[in-house]
Structure formats: structure tokens, C-alpha cells
Design a protein around this ligand. Structure first.
Ligand code: SF4
Ligand code: SF3
Length: 544
């Protein structure tokens, strides 16, 4: 196997024996094949669109879910990946029938085989990251593919709320197909990378409209982080539709519902406030789940990444749905637009003890675009009076590496007139530090999930307008972003597309950036890594 798509990749270069995440080499190879055949299907759909033919939404959904399933910590289940390969091949065969001319298709689009042939094909020289020999082309192809995985994940969530955007799907598939095109130069692929960022903005806007259309605009909310006395179900990941259905189905059952990690921001939406059994948030970012899921005592539903391979002691309480999977854990299926049946999870919860208390107190969030716009006068006054000197965007992901303590220390040592803007699970590094407020404006403004980085971009654009600036980079905003998996890649590309410069990315730069590609990002966008907390504070604020 060879995988280097996430920040925790082995030795900072690539996982080759087994994933640091727990992905086996067998599953890694099958995921490579799934990506390969999905790219092949995308060649077919792209060519059919060029011939003026329509592609059914169901095909778009298959492609998005396939990409989503290969995101770090989403799907470890060999059988699930095999099923996805088979489905992709059979849909592709049907579509091939619609061609007037099948000439010149790449192997990824032509290849077909039965299940017994998948492992061998997965190991063949055409499949996998190292199939591209030139390291700069490989780097750009992977950068684009990872951005598209993030985009696919966000589209999938919007699709679950019955919002589709054919333009986004058509681009996603065209871009996937271009990663197989040997005629494209480094410059072509750099341009495609930025175009991917444009569709990243569109994808996040689609999801934002889907979420706020269904559940209202997030508002300032105090979330309990303690526990109650009833049995509970813990729901993790990013899928708000799954949460809605779970809350509906647990009504009046005596089972409470708690959020975990990236599901925390669900509390900020008005629509979920009507459920008295929506109890609070339990635990922290994804990587602490082994210890915390043990103590939760009840079932846990993973709607998306990040799954940590579970301990035997709670494995029978871990359930998956959507693009996720783990061998031996039960999976709840559901078609788009249909209600999933969560009753087996509820039955299990009723037999479980109430969660063990691991924390007490509250946290405050809900600072997505509309809420911040409502506070705009107050924020602008604070900036004009000098009470707020700088905003620091610290969005992104959390992870288990010790080096991420940097973010806790950085947040703690920030000048007291700086405000953190955050989104994604990176917030768990500093959202319980009680960093106080500036004239009633909390010093940590949490917009929501990683996809709600879109809100942070809208807020920056709004401030640019209010202050009458021509360039978003003239704002008193600095960017110190933590990344881990591929959703952070699309967020980064979206920010680059919006013209944001000098983003610091840590705790380490991606292994998939070749020296030349990294240089393009440094020279054109001022991308940089992180240093020590002291040096970076000096750099950003001229003090330490
Ligand atoms: Fe390694 Fe990350 Fe790939 Fe897992 S997702 S195999 S940890 S690079
Ligand atoms: Fe976290 Fe996995 Fe990226 Fe949505 S849940 S941000 S790491």
C-alpha cells in the first residue's frame, strides 16, 4: 500500500505497511481501486455530458459516496468497499452502452472484472498513487483528488437534504477524469487545482443553504457538556439529516441524544432546539474516542469520519451509516429521501446505563454568518476602537499528534485583544479554555463544522465591505489553520480561490506536496508552515 493523504501519514512521508489510522493494506488497495474505477466512471459521465446527454442524479450520488468512503477514518470495511466497486462497474457498463463512439477510453474506464479479480487489479501498476511516476504531476493529481474528496463529502450532505447541484457534480467528475489525462502539464493541473477551490466554495455554499434552509440559521447557543441520568445515544460526524431522524425517532423513548466532535454545532441550529431530549455534547475531538466511547455506556452512531478502530469493549455499541463502515460494526442503510430506521440503536440504548460524566459546564458557539452579521455593528465598533486588534482564523481539524499542543498554547498566549474565528474539530484544542470576551464578544467564535469555514469566508468578505477595502488580505485577519484529512484540503483550496494569502498550515505541511508544488503554493499564495508559538506570535502580532 501507499497512502499519504492525511497529516498523520507514517514518518511524514507515506503509510506503506498499514495505516497509522488503522486502515489495513488490503482495504487501502481496494480503496485505490475504488478511486480508480470512480475516475473511470467519471471519464464516461464527462464524455456523455460532452455529447449532450444527461446523467442521472443517482450516478452523481454514487461518485460522491465513493470518494467520501475513501476519506481518512471514514470506511474501514472491506466488504463495503468491494460492494461500491461492483456497483460502480455495473453502472459504468450501463452508461458505456449509451456511447456513440467508445474509442480512446483510458483503462480506468474500460476495465471490468469480477470480485475475485479486484485484489489483483488493485495491486497492478495502473492503480494507486504511485502509478503516476512524475512526482510533481502525482502531487497535483493527488492534491486535486483530495480536494474533490472533501467536495464530495460536502455535496453528499447537501444531497441527503435533497439539494443537488449538477454543475458541481459535472465539475467534480470532469476534474476526476482529468487526473487520468497524461496530456495535462503542471500548469494545467495548477489551474485545475484553483478551479477545484472555486467549486469548493460552491459546494460549501450548497451545503450551507441546505443546512440553513432545513434547520434555520445558527444562533448563539450555550451547550451543556455534562450528562443526564437517562440512557443516551451519541451521534458523531457531520450529517445533520441523520441527526434529525434520530431525534425524531427517539422522541418520548426516554433516551437522550448527545453530540460528539463535529456534530456539536448541530446545537446551534434553531430546529434542533425543540427536542427536550437533545441533551448536550459529550467528549472532544475524534481522536479521544476510545476512552470517551467506553465511558459513554450507550450506542454511538458514526454518520461520517472520523472513526478510530474501536476497542472490543464497545465495538458492539458502535454503529455506522452513510459512507462510513467498520468490519463487525452494524450499519444502518438508507436511500436518499427515505427515512432511516434507527430503532435497533434505540433498542440497544434502552438496555444501557446512562453515560458516565467526564466533564461539566458549558461551551458557547453558533457564530455562523448570519449571527455574526447581526453582531456586525458591535464587532466593527470594537475594531475601530482598538478593543479588537486582530482576528485569527484557527479553523480545521484536530488530531492525535503531540505537536498539536501548539494550538492550545498559541490560543492561550494570544494577545488579549485577538479573537479566534474557528470551524471544524480543531476548536477542541481551545474551546474549553475560558478565554473570555471582549466587550461581550467571546474570544472564540465557533462558526460550526469544517464546512462552515464557508461562514468564516463570508464574514471576511463582509468585513472587507464594511471597512471599504479592496483586498481581503488588508483586513486584520491572520490564518493559522490546522489540517488533518481531505475536507481541510477543500477548505484550503476554497480560501486560495477567494484570494486569501499567507495561510499558515500545520502542524506539518502535507506529504503529498512535492517540493516544486509546495514552492508554487509558497510563491503564489504565501503558504507557510508553523514555527514555535513564540516565533509565530511575533510574526503575527509583533510580540511574544
Ligand atoms: Fe496513512 Fe493517513 Fe492514509 Fe491512514 S489515511 S493510511 S494514516 S496516510
Ligand atoms: Fe475533524 Fe475528522 Fe477534519 Fe470536519 S472529524 S474536521 S478531522
Amino acid at each position: 500500500m501507499f497512502c499519504y493523504q492525511c497529516q498523520e501519514t507514517a514518518k511524514g512521508t507515506g503509510c506503506t505497511m498499514a495505516g497509522v489510522c488503522g486502515k489495513s493494506s488490503e482495504v487501502a488497495a481496494l480503496q485505490d481501486l475504488l478511486i480508480y474505477v470512480t475516475k473511470g466512471l467519471s471519464v464516461v459521465t464527462t464524455r456523455l455530458r460532452e455529447e449532450g446527454k444527461d446523467i442521472d442524479e443517482s450516478v452523481n450520488h454514487i461518485i460522491s459516496v465513493n470518494l467520501f468512503a475513501t476519506i481518512t477514518n471514514a470506511n474501514f470495511d472491506k466488504d463495503s468497499i468491494v460492494e461500491k466497486i461492483s456497483k460502480t462497474l455495473s453502472v459504468k457498463e450501463e452508461l458505456l452502452e449509451r456511447f456513440e463512439d467508445r474509442e480512446g477510453l483510458p483503462d480506468a474506464a474500460e476495465w471490468n472484472g469480477n470480485k475475485s479479480e479486484y485484489a489483483q487489479k488493485a495491486m497492478s501498476k495502473e492503480v494507486g498513487i504511485l502509478a503516476t511516476r512524475d512526482e510533481d504531476i502525482r502531487s497535483l493529481r493527488e492534491l486535486i483528488t483530495y480536494g474533490l474528496k472533501g467536495l464530495a463529502a460536502y455535496s453528499k450532505h447537501a444531497n441527503s437534504l435533497l439539494k443537488d447541484n449538477e454543475e458541481i457534480d459535472a465539475f467534480l467528475q470532469k476534474a476526476l477524469s482529468k487526473t487520468l489525462d497524461d496530456s495535462l502539464s503542471v500548469d494545467d493541473l495548477v489551474a485545475l487545482t484553483l478551479e477545484t477551490g472555486k467549486y469548493g466554495v460552491d459546494g460549501m455554499a450548497l451545503l450551507d443553504a441546505a443546512n440553513t434552509g432545513a434547520y434555520g440559521n445558527p444562533e448563539i447557543t450555550t451547550v451543556d457538556i455534562g450528562v443526564r441520568n437517562n440512557p443516551g445515544i451519541l451521534i458523531s460526524g457531520h450529517d445533520l439529516k441523520d441527526l434529525e431522524q434520530l431525534l425524531e425517532q427517539t422522541k418520548g423513548t426516554g433516551v437522550d441524544v448527545y453530540t460528539h466532535s463535529e456534530m456539536l454545532p448541530a446545537h446551534y441550529y434553531p430546529a434542533f432546539k425543540k427536542y427536550p431530549h437533545f441533551a448536550g455534547n459529550y467528549g472532544n475531538a475524534w481522536w479521544k474516542q476510545k476512552e470517551e466511547f467506553e465511558k459513554f455506556n450507550g450506542p454511538i452512531l458514526m454518520t461520517t469520519n472520523c472513526i478510530v478502530p474501536p476497542a472490543a469493549s464497545y465495538k458492539d455499541r458502535l454503529w455506522t451509516t452513510g459512507a462510513t463502515g467498520f468490519p463487525g460494526c452494524r450499519h444502518i442503510d438508507g436511500e436518499y429521501g427515505q427515512v432511516k430506521d434507527f430503532s435497533p440503536i434505540i433498542e440497544q440504548a434502552l438496555k444501557c446505563k446512562a453515560p458516565e460524566e467526564i466533564e461539566t459546564g458549558t461551551i458557547v458557539g453558533g457564530f455562523a454568518h448570519e449571527q455574526v452579521f447581526a453582531l456586525a455593528d458591535k464587532i466593527v465598533d470594537a475594531v475601530k476602537s482598538g478593543a479588537i486588534k486582530k482576528f485569527v482564523v484557527m479553523a480545521g481539524c484536530d488530531g492525535r499528534m503531540k505537536s498539536r499542543d501548539y494550538y492550545t498554547e498559541f490560543a492561550t498566549k494570544l494577545p488579549k485583544d485577538a479573537v479566534i474565528l474557528t470551524a471544524g474539530c480543531a476548536k477542541y484544542k481551545y474551546n474549553k479554555l475560558n478565554l473570555g470576551d471582549i466587550g461581550g464578544i467571546p474570544r472564540v467564535l465557533d462558526a460550526g463544522q469544517c464546512n462552515d469555514s464557508y461562514s468564516l469566508a463570508l464574514i471576511a468578505l463582509k468585513l472587507k465591505e464594511v471597512f471599504g477595502l479592496d483586498d481581503v488580505n488588508d483586513l486584520p485577519i491572520v490564518y493559522n489553520i490546522a489540517w488533518y484529512e481531505q475536507k481541510a484540503v477543500i477548505v484550503l483550496l476554497a480560501l486560495l480561490y477567494l484570494g486569501v494569502k499567507n495561510i499558515h498550515l500545520g502542524p506539518t505541511l502535507p506529504a503529498f506536496l512535492s517540493p516544486n508544488v509546495a514552492k508554487v503554493l509558497v510563491d503564489n499564495f504565501g503558504i507557510a508552515g508553523i514555527g514555535t508559538v513564540e516565533d509565530d506570535l511575533e510574526l503575527f502580532f509583533g510580540e511574544s
